[in-house]
Design a protein. Structure first.
Length: 339
């Protein structure tokens, strides 16, 4: 059987998938603010690659009015708007052929209801895109992992071993399914996600991300009062001690900056994660908070991704909803099938 492997996020994309803010009870009085931020992220990504925004039936005109003509809108049934987690994960084989892996989705351990439409949306998207589908019975969200495209995957024990996802699967079985479906050979388990990340139970996309083969960018708050000050250092110690699937020691780049801001009209303090960014064709779209730390964090990421234009988009409402730019986007890798 031909081996399919999930490519790294910096590989060339055919486009980007997003989903329109839908769950009114999640957003409350900041729903319009969230729509504005989703639209701004979509327009920022569309400067680098095509963006398809999926909206629930009857909501397409609303999404178009916010996003503008540069974003393609498609109507499909949805429960929520976090496509990093509910959309398919894409794999390529050595001949450039593409498949979509359709993992089960249970709204981060049944935290929100309903979620049956989001559990089905991967199949509908793959049918719409004309891409072959591979099904997995394991519950998995794309924000819980990062891959280097060369056989290595990083995740957190806090999320993947949580009993609200796959209570009948032990760690070894989860690792085996990741290897079988995503074509990885080595899984690096970090102990912690974010302490404040109660929504996803500690997704890795708030912790670290592969930025190049053998290179990882990590969130490392420099304020000892930050709730993740010790936890992220424990994660970094694991990364310092391991090698990747190619037996390389990892180069680690720290993002010490953190960004807390108040979201009006809710009056709620939120943390905007610079780590939760999207790598596009020729660019990087980064959540920012409109605080002085933004500039230094963007400079770090510009050094991490040389040759790409780094663009900041203010996303306090998306942070209020439980995520960042990475959480609301899903890349479609470019297929180049050969005979």
């Amino acid at each position: 059987m031909t081996e399919f492997r999930m490519p790294a996020e910096w590989s060339e994309h055919e486009g980007c998938l997003m989903a329109w803010p839908t769950r009114a009870e999640l957003w409350g009085e900041v729903l319009d603010t969230a729509k504005g931020e989703y639209a701004e992220v979509a327009r920022a990504v569309a400067e680098f690659e095509p963006v398809t925004m999926v909206a629930p039936p009857g909501c397409g005109s609303d999404a178009r009015s916010w996003c503008g003509d540069g974003v393609t809108v498609v109507e499909l049934p949805l429960d929520d708007s976090w496509f990093r987690d509910s959309a398919p994960l894409f794999t390529l084989d050595g001949r450039g052929r593409r498949l979509g892996v359709d993992f089960r989705f249970n709204a981060w351990g049944r935290k929100h209801h309903p979620y049956d439409a989001d559990d089905r949306v991967s199949r509908l998207l793959l049918d719409h895109l004309g891409i072959g589908r591979v099904h997995s019975d394991m519950v998995l969200e794309g924000g819980s992992l990062t891959v280097d495209g060369e056989g290595t995957l990083i995740t957190t024990e806090q999320c993947l071993l949580h009993p609200n996802r796959n209570p009948g699967m032990e760690r070894g079985a989860i690792e085996a399914e990741l290897k079988a479906r995503l074509g990885v050979r080595k899984v690096i388990w970090l102990p912690y996600g974010g302490l404040l990340d109660t929504e996803t139970d500690g997704h890795v996309d708030g912790v670290c991300a592969f930025a190049a083969p053998g290179k990882v960018v990590v969130s490392l708050p420099d304020d000892p009062a930050h709730p993740d000050f010790a936890r992220m250092r424990a994660n970094r110690a694991v990364l310092e001690a391991v090698t990747d699937a190619q037996e390389r020691a990892l180069e680690i780049v720290d993002i010490p900056q953190t960004a807390f801001t108040e979201l009006a009209p809710a009056g709620t303090e939120v943390e905007v994660s610079y780590l939760n960014h999207y790598i596009a064709n020729g660019g990087v779209v980064v959540p920012v908070a409109g605080v002085p730390q933004d500039e230094d964090a963007l400079a770090v990421l510009a050094s991490v991704y040389p040759g790409r234009k780094v663009v900041g988009v203010r996303t306090p409402a998306i942070a209020f909803g439980g995520g960042g730019v990475h959480c609301i986007t899903q890349q479609i890798p470019l297929a180049r099938p050969t005979a």
